[in-house]
Structure formats: structure tokens, C-alpha cells
Write a protein that binds this ligand. Structure first.
Ligand SMILES: Nc1ncnc2c1ncn2[C@@H]1O[C@H](COP(=O)(O)OP(=O)(O)OP(=O)(O)O)[C@@H](O)[C@H]1O
Ligand SMILES: [Mg+2]
Length: 325
């Protein structure tokens, strides 16, 4: 593993022990993240984006989850970390903005107390200093009447306000890496843009690296340097965001772009939406998981999938795409 990577994930498999048998949520996923870089993790609902992000914080319940592979964060082997080291790392080295803001906050404490507690624990600040930092963070994310809002409970805030408060909580200890899991999906369009711009501004200010999870191609282009496209628990294409989205190699990425209206897209070139739906993850899929929906499918696609094909800055997992590049 290279030392200049803040995140280095190799051959990650995440399997849940469900009541009706295993769920193979993430399969053979590898990616990395350099300092200051933003990676957009792109894909439809249920493809494993949130499961991948939560693995980077080790948030899956151990007794219900099997995690295999290697996760290196800031030079440390995450999967062998002890609980004390893990909680020292969460919120400080890596922090997460959750898809559902109510997950981040405990409903019985005020927003201010939760930010203050995190700053005291990670930064060793006194309560008075931690309160100052909490206030500064609420002002930074442009929450009006920030001093008053410090004493509000999460349910007393509107959705947009709570989203900003969650960003304040996630960034209060100036983490090296921010995992932003669809942080704007629940918001209306104008608030979405404000929150995106705010995140980019804070990222620059704090010199953070970021993984930004989205199913929105336009958002990925807006925020990211690189993108990794997921399908049925695997990364099927990866590379610089402009290259991948202007000239997608994988038939799934091509279909995803065809099904999305995004800035700069020539509508006449748009492909029809992909017929069919993603497979159930209750079976361990060894062949190409997209084959059943793919118009390029041949018998070869039903054989165990080869490793990703790398070409300079890009990678793709499709034998037909390989023939073309
Ligand atoms: N705790 C769990 N137990 C069993 N299965 C789970 C669990 N968490 C997630 N899954 C399954 O893993 C798969 C991937 O889920 P994940 O939440 O990562 O999707 P996602 O890409 O984030 O989708 P969305 O865009 O809707 O948020 C889904 O099939 C989901 O049902
Ligand atoms: Mg999700």
C-alpha cells in the first residue's frame, strides 16, 4: 500500500448475516484517496455506497457483519484497530455526514452539547473553549442566530438546518477526511446547492479530503476530482470524473448517463434508461452482475469476472470495454 494515500481499500467484502441468509452488500471493492482529493462514489439506490462508507468508520455491528479485505486509513490498518483507538479516530481522522441527519444526533441532547462533547473528547478543550468552537462552527455553516441554536434539540430544527448542524458536528474537530453520504438528497434544490458550495468551501479551508456519495451525475461533476461507479456492490468503473462521465467505458455507466439529465449533456446522444433492475445481493455473484441487463452480453460475461483493467488513470471491469480501449 502506498504511503501517500489517506485511504487505501483493497478487496473489501462486506457480508451481512441476514435472517433469511447472507446479503453480499459489497464485493471486492478497491479504491484509494489522496490528500486534498475528492472522490464521488456514484450509483443507483442499493448498490452499496452507504455500506462502503460505514465500513470506513467501522460502524457495522460486528456480530451481524463479516468484513474481509484491507482498509488503511492515514497509514493505520483499520480492521485490526482496538475500540479505544477507533473512537479516537472517528470524528478526528475520519468524519461522516450521514444520509439521514437524525442518525448523527442523539435526540435527547442539544445540538450544541453534542458538538461540545466531541470537541472536548478529541481536542482536549475545556467546556468553555469547546463551546466557543461549537458556536464558531454553527456560524461557519451559516446557521442564523447560532448562539440560540446551540441550545436547540435536533428535532427543533428544519431539515436544511439539521443538515448544516450535522456538517458542523462532522467538521468541528477538523478531520483529515470527510465522508459525505448523499448530504443534500433530502433537501430542496436551492438548499442543496448552498450546502454543496458550503462543503467545498470548508474543504478548501480545512484542506480536507472527501468522499462524496451521490446518485446524481451533475453533483459528481460539480464536486469531485475522480469518480468510482458502483453496481451491485462492486466498483465497475473509476477515473477522473470528467473523463469517465464524458466518455464512459462501462455499459452500465453509459446507461446511467443516458438515464440522467446533466449539464453539458447532448440530449440527442442520450441512451434510453437501462431496462430491468439490479440483482438481489442474496447470492454471491461471481460473473458480471450487470450482464443480465447488458446489450453487449456474451457467454464470456457469465464466467467469473476478471480483475479491473487499468489504463493510465482509469479502470474498468468489463471484458467488452477492454476490447475497445
Ligand atoms: N444492516 C444490513 N443488513 C442487511 N442488509 C443490508 C444492511 N445494510 C444494507 N444492506 C443491504 O446492502 C445493500 C447496499 O445498501 P446501501 O445502503 O449501501 O445502498 P446505497 O447504495 O447506499 O443506496 P441508497 O442510494 O438508497 O442510499 C442493499 O441491498 C441493502 O438492502
Ligand atoms: Mg445510501
Amino acid at each position: 500500500m502506498s504511503a501517500d494515500k489517506l485511504i487505501d481499500v483493497r478487496n473489501l467484502n462486506v457480508t451481512f448475516k441476514g435472517e433469511e441468509g447472507p446479503v453480499y452488500a459489497v464485493s471486492d471493492v478497491s479504491f484509494d484517496l489522496a490528500a486534498g482529493e475528492t472522490l464521488a462514489l456514484l450509483g443507483e439506490s442499493g448498490c452499496g455506497k452507504s455500506v462502503t462508507m460505514k465500513s470506513l468508520m467501522r460502524l457495522h455491528p460486528a456480530h451481524k457483519t463479516r468484513i474481509e479485505g484491507q482498509i488503511n486509513i492515514d497509514g493505520v490498518d483499520l480492521l485490526s484497530m482496538r475500540p479505544a483507538a477507533l473512537s479516537a479516530m472517528r470524528g478526528k481522522t475520519v468524519s461522516m455526514v450521514f444520509q439521514e441527519p437524525m442518525l448523527a444526533f442523539d435526540p435527547v441532547y442539544t445540538v450544541g452539547d453534542q458538538i461540545i462533547e466531541s470537541v472536548m473528547r478529541h481536542e482536549g478543550f475545556s467546556r468553555v473553549d469547546a463551546r466557543k468552537r461549537a458556536l464558531e462552527m454553527l456560524e461557519r455553516v451559516r446557521i442564523p442566530s447560532a448562539a440560540k441554536r446551540l441550545d436547540a434539540y435536533p428535532h427543533e430544527m428544519s431539515g436544511g438546518m439539521r443538515q448544516r448542524a450535522m456538517i458542523a458536528l462532522a467538521l468541528a474537530c477538523k478531520p483529515k477526511i470527510l465522508l459525505a453520504d448523499e448530504p443534500t438528497t433530502a433537501l430542496d434544490a436551492t438548499v442543496q446547492i448552498q450546502v454543496l458550495l458550503l462543503l467545498k468551501e470548508l474543504q478548501r479551508e480545512l484542506g480536507m479530503s472527501m468522499i462524496f456519495v451521490t446518485h446524481d451525475v451533475g453533483v459528481a461533476i460539480e464536486v469531485a476530482d475522480r469518480t468510482a461507479v458502483m453496481y451491485a456492490g462492486r466498483i465497475i468503473e473509476e477515473g477522473p470524473v470528467d473523463d469517465v462521465l464524458s466518455n464512459p467505458w462501462h455499459p452500465y455507466t453509459q446507461g446511467l448517463l443516458g438515464a440522467t439529465v446533466h449539464p453539458g449533456m447532448d440530449r440527442k446522444q442520450a441512451l434510453p434508461a437501462i431496462p430491468g433492475s439490479p440483482p438481489q445481493l442474496t447470492r454471491q455473484i461471481t460473473e458480471c452482475a450487470f450482464a443480465a441487463r447488458c446489450s453487449y452480453r456474451t457467454d464470456e460475461c457469465m464466467k467469473p469476472m476478471p480483475a479491473a483493467y487499468q489504463a493510465q488513470t482509469r479502470a474498468v471491469r468489463c471484458i467488452h470495454a477492454l476490447a475497445e480501449v
